[in-house]
Design a protein around this ligand. Structure first.
Ligand SMILES: [Zn+2]
Ligand SMILES: [Zn+2]
Length: 158
């Protein structure tokens, strides 16, 4: 375990159990968004006895300590990732499920406008839509949607 997580956990008196270390390592190595089941599967390759409830408990702890960010991307979809210094937002593709990052500077005047007009301080935003590829393949309002291409959206599934 590296990162400031080691220090934070030790300072707070948490034991660095192999499970905790492996959950943290799985997230760092993935460098992206993982569901709890995916994290569990990765941990099990090195530590077969770990189970999903241990993974959930570890994630809960890491989230509580501000080391991991939990993002709810839909009713039954939660993703975990290593917390970054820079705040970011998520764009979720309804077609292929990919998750893209956008940062405050990509939002143009939105954050400033919300603060000015509503007094609202935007922390995190999750937007749903269609990525470039799925839109080009005819996702709702995609490039081909106008000339009668079939909508749907099962094109992206393997
Ligand atoms: Zn897509
Ligand atoms: Zn993210």
């Amino acid at each position: 375990m590296s990162h400031h997580a080691t220090r934070t956990l030790q300072e707070l008196g948490y034991r660095l159990t192999p499970q905790r270390t492996l959950v943290w390592d799985a997230l760092r190595e993935a460098g992206g968004h993982l569901g709890a089941e995916e994290i569990c599967a990765r941990v099990q390759t090195r530590f077969p006895n770990v189970n999903i409830s241990t993974v959930y408990r570890t994630l809960e702890l890491l989230v509580e300590l501000g080391l991991v960010r939990e993002t709810v991307l839909g009713s039954d979809r939660r993703y975990y990732e290593v917390e970054e210094e820079v705040p970011h937002h998520h764009l979720v593709c309804d077609g292929c499920g990919r998750v893209l990052h956008v940062h405050n500077e990509d939002l143009g005047g939105l954050t400033a406008g919300l603060l000015r007009n509503q007094g609202f301080r935007l922390r995190e935003m999750t937007a749903f839509g269609y990525c470039r590829e799925c839109a080009a393949a005819g996702g709702p309002h995609g490039d081909r949607a106008a000339d009668g291409a079939e909508g749907g959206g099962d094109h992206a599934h393997p």
